[in-house]
Ligand binder design. Structure first.
Ligand code: TXD
Length: 308
């Protein structure tokens, strides 16, 4: 199994380290910045004895290095600075993703592709259009991260381990993402048994803006440890054919009454990428919130349609 990483910045670098710690067979880092991918690959190689890793890790600034990758993770792009929304990155990152699409078609045309670059749902959709790859194998990572943030803040409030909490965030990876408290549980016990509505609403609000909270702390970029850890969940699910249920940005063809856009929904991930999109029953209020979020994604896609 070969994992190709397009972008060796903050997230790409941490994904490479985590994948090496899990002894992923072969890891190739590619970045347009001369020396960056080589340097990070060598640095991780130097840690392989200490980490007990047997991974073969290479880095380079030429896209040929991605040749034959089974799974590719795209983090190439610009990250947010304070005051910027994810949507502000649209045009800059679309040009980068268009470039990446050419490399994928040339060097790894059968790979499963996990997109991380923001604005996430539009970049995933744009990559599908630019590569012509089957939508089933081009998937955006955001829901695992947003759901993990929701679980963490619920657990923090309850003073229990985050691993006990299951909580889902649906919709676009923007400020109008939709945390769903109705399905949140602590080891199967509804969260509403432990917390009142006001507290849950405060936590939902914090989750929706928690990416921005980190940007404001860091000032020079956005979150990278938790996005990288979330990507690893998807890489594992695909490479081990786990058929794992996660929330991810999937290309929709009528599911949730939405078509021709990528949007955060529950899905089953396995060796072919998205094995199944899972439709859950939603309340009228949840449907309205998701429609608002979808409308924002559609508006961004519309801007990109001029570049197709
Ligand atoms: O949940 C999510 N999906 C996200 C997404 C959570 C956090 C951050 N998210 C987005 O991921 C963020 O808004 C960015 O658009 C991407 C990557 O974030 P990262 O923090 O890793 O950004 P960096 O450190 O700036 O790294 C990006 C690298 C950088 O080294 C550039 O030189 C490189 O991308 N780059 C390219 N590599 C290859 N090919 C091309 N064309 C290219 N252009 C830039």
């Amino acid at each position: 199994m070969k994992l190709g990483l397009v972008g060796a910045g903050q997230i790409g670098g941490v994904i490479a380290l985590l994948a090496a710690m899990e002894r992923f067979e072969e890891i190739a880092l590619f970045d347009v910045v001369e020396g960056l991918a080589e340097g990070k690959a060598l640095d991780i190689n130097h840690a392989s004895k200490i980490l007990g890793s047997s991974s073969i890790i290479v880095g380079g600034s030429s896209p040929e290095i991605l040749s034959g990758s089974d799974i590719v993770v795209v983090t190439a792009g610009v990250a947010r600075k304070p005051g910027m929304s994810r949507d502000d990155l649209l045009k800059i990152n679309a040009n980068i993703v268009a470039d990446v699409a050419k490399h994928l078609k040339s060097y790894c045309k059968n790979a499963k592709v996990i997109v991380v670059t923001n604005p996430l749902d539009s970049m995933t959709w744009f990559l599908i259009k630019k590569t012509g790859f089957e939508p089933q194998r081009v998937i955006g990572m955001a829901g695992i991260l947003d759901s993990s943030r929701f679980a963490f803040h619920l657990a923090e409030k309850l003073n229990i381990a985050p691993a006990c909490v299951t909580a889902t965030v649906l919709g676009g990876h923007g400020d109008d993402m939709v945390p769903i408290e109705a399905t949140a549980t602590v080891e199967g016990i509804p969260i509403t048994y432990f917390l009142n509505d006001d507290t849950i609403n405060q936590i939902k609000e914090r989750v929706r803006f928690s990416g921005g909270e980190i940007v404001n702390f860091l000032k020079t970029g956005s979150a990278f440890f938790s996005p990288a850890a979330s990507v690893l969940v998807m890489v594992r699910a695909i490479s081990n054919n786990e058929r794992r249920l996660v929330t991810a940005s999937c290309y929709l063809r009528g599911e949730y009454a939405l078509s021709d856009l990528c949007f955060g929904v529950p899905c089953i991930l396995g060796k072919n990428g998205v094995e199944k999109i899972v439709e859950i029953e939603l309340t009228e209020n949840q449907k309205n919130l998701l429609e608002k979020s979808a409308q924002r994604v559609r508006e961004l896609n519309q801007i990109l349609k001029d570049n197709l």
